[in-house]
Design a protein around this ligand. Structure first.
Ligand SMILES: C[S@@+](CC[C@H](N)C(=O)[O-])C[C@H]1O[C@@H](n2cnc3c(N)ncnc32)[C@H](O)[C@@H]1O
Length: 303
């Protein structure tokens, strides 16, 4: 890996602009944007009523950056306004679909350690959305890459196989689905569901909204080929870059806060063991010109 071919490129700037030069080069955008009206001390905060309009300003750069079989995974959660759930997330997803995105599935990140607290009309908030959007209805998809060990319950269940378990049972509603318990006898792994159970990350990473490495890692394995390119246009502390390197993919992290870009650089070194040659930090100012060719070159020359 030479300095011209970093495994992870960190760009300090606005992703609406900085992602544009990567047209048709990215396999997966996986990201968690600023949520509506949240963390205004740390970064831009957008009112829930204006959120869909604001998010749509990123649509063009995201859409153009992706390859035709590329995917966009959006981790987000709607907000309570005046004791009622505001549906800015659903509105945003609907608006993205109007722009041509295909909504492939809705994954749920189940937080195994949700924040403690008491609310008069609601319980503790234990999950967030991860929307899987894509440019087309048949994006790159490799479920075998996320298979999980079959689990101990299978061994005890299979030890008690009845005669009926050895036959296929078709669904009573004639849906075409069916099951044969005995066919699990030789299985070591199963496909996971679309609910991901992962713990929240502690507050010690130097950024207020760090998601767990295993969240982007799951989607990177599922939705990109080995050696593929993963971008996080709201890169924050660099979690997606750590996951990309762990999975043997290349990463592009963009954040408009230069301090978070420095933090991402440190985390990539400390937590992913990345060398100086494997990471590059690029700082753009809004009036810088002539930068368009270089990001392309960086990726095209990487084998
Ligand atoms: C929810 S945080 C992402 C945290 C990240 N997932 C992590 O694990 O550290 C959203 C990030 O988006 C950045 N951001 C906000 N507007 C941006 C823009 N227009 N371009 C690039 N980054 C932006 C903020 O500085 C913030 O770090």
């Amino acid at each position: 890996m030479s300095e011209a071919n970093p495994q992870c490129l960190i760009i300090s700037g606005d992703s609406r602009r900085e992602l544009l030069p990567f047209e048709n080069q990215v396999d997966l955008i996986v990201t968690s944007p600023p949520y509506a009206d949240a963390r205004r001390k740390h970064y831009d905060s957008v009112h829930p009523d204006e959120y869909a309009d604001w998010f749509l300003t990123f649509h063009e750069s995201f859409y153009r950056a992706l390859k035709p079989q590329g995917s966009f995974v959006l981790n987000i959660k709607d907000k309570v306004v005046g004791r009622v759930r505001h549906r800015f997330v659903w509105r945003t997803i609907d608006r993205l679909c109007e722009q041509g995105w295909h909504c492939i599935d809705d994954y749920i990140w189940h937080k195994t350690n949700p924040m403690p607290g008491f609310w008069p009309t609601r319980l503790r908030d234990g999950w967030e959305y991860c929307f899987h959007l894509a440019k087309g209805p048949k994006p790159f998809f490799c479920p075998d890459a996320v298979r999980q060990p079959v689990g101990d319950w299978v061994h005890s269940r299979l030890a008690r196989l009845s005669e009926g378990d050895r036959e296929r049972h078709n669904s009573v509603n004639k849906s075409g689905f069916g099951r044969k318990i005995a066919s699990w006898l030789d299985r070591q792994t199963v496909l996971p569901s679309n609910v991901l159970s992962l713990a929240l990350v502690g507050k010690n990473k130097g950024h207020p909204a760090v998601f767990p490495v295993d969240l982007p890692l799951f989607f990177i394995k599922l939705l990109t080929p080995p050696g593929g390119v993963v971008a996080d246009p709201f890169g924050g502390s660099g979690t997606t870059g750590i996951a990309a390197l762990a999975a043997g993919r290349r990463g592009i992290l963009i954040d408009n806060n230069p301090e978070y870009c420095q933090l991402a650089l440190r985390r990539l070194r400390d937590e992913a063991g990345a060398t100086e040659q494997e990471i590059r930090l690029r700082v753009h100012t809004t009036d810088e010109v002539g930068y368009q060719a270089s990001p392309k070159r960086v990726l095209e020359h990487t084998g």
